[in-house]
Design a protein around this ligand. Sequence first.
Ligand SMILES: [Zn+2]
Length: 222
Amino acid sequence: MEKALIASAQAMRAAGLNKGTAGNLSCRLVREGRDGFLITPTGMDYAALTPEDIPWVAVESGEFTGKRKPSSEWRFHRDLYAARPEVGAVLHAHSPFAVSLACLGRDIPPFHYMIARFGGDSIRCGDYALFGTQALSDAALAALKDRTACLLANHGMLVCGRDLKQALDLGVELESLCEQYWRASLLGEPRLLDAKEMTAVLEKFEGYGRQDEHDMKTGDKD
Ligand SMILES: [Zn+2]
């Protein structure tokens, strides 16, 4: 599992989601009957990571084991695993287009139907709070209510998925949507889909999920 986490963390870099040591990634892992998660360590280059560098954090207490300290943002990872049993992986990145929109402190409206892939008719922007704090975790979880992604004001993006692959796919999709919204906004005011149009998209995604989960997972890009 440590190797899968490292491979996915390195894939974040390859996908352009991260530079330097910003961002972090985790996946749920029950150990000896205790709910917990593996997470990238603080301040380490992903390219140099080995399985021994990956700490495990207990969901209940926040205590960790391993020789490296967990990412400074372990709190919102912990709080997400505690609050949402369906979440199996959490990704946080300072990707350029998501950060640019997060610095405007505004929700991303339904300018494109793929916004619905994240669970609703917008991607919310959580209130600003100091990195690594409980206040930031609280703001993040509020912005993620009924959603699988949010922006964090003046900071970056946060995405959760059922596993590492889905979290990475959603992170790439969100960064792409942020870029498209940014580009469209340069040319004018994007036409937004209305509530009825978005409800139809959400229902169609839900229908795909029931009939064949694979269709929902890959996101119907037609
Ligand atoms: Zn951050």
